[in-house]
Design a protein around this ligand. Structure first.
Ligand code: FES
Length: 111
């Protein structure tokens, strides 16, 4: 398990710039592209491209409640856990996310 002290945080946006139902792509400081999603219940970050065939989830991802569907081939994931649901053959990797009055941050483990 990664110790929080080993996580590098990248600022994605100012507080309030990602309202419920919105999502945005961002580039972490290590060059990795992520998609940050806010549902009524969750604030999550996952890879920007589908783990199946690298389709951009900003364009092809459909969020319904806490379920993300890639409409290219209808793989689905539980955004709360990253668990694979209908059709998906692998889980969705999730990145640590934190929000404060300083902004929304997505983290990754430093090598
Ligand atoms: S590319 Fe997303 S499900 Fe196939």
């Amino acid at each position: 398990m990664t110790d929080l002290a080993d996580i590098h945080w990248t600022k994605i946006c100012e507080p309030g710039e990602l309202p419920v139902g919105e999502r945005r792509e961002a580039t972490l400081d290590n060059g990795q592209m992520v998609l940050v999603i806010r549902t009524p219940d969750l604030l999550r970050a996952c890879p920007a491209d589908c783990p199946h065939q690298d389709t951009p989830l900003l364009d092809e991802g459909l969020v319904d409640g806490n379920v993300l569907t890639c409409t290219a081939h209808y793989w689905q994931w539980n955004l709360e856990t990253g668990e694979a649901l209908e059709g998906a053959e692998m889980p969705l990797p999730l990145f640590p996310v934190r929000e404060s009055e300083e902004g929304i941050f997505v983290g990754y483990a430093q090598a």
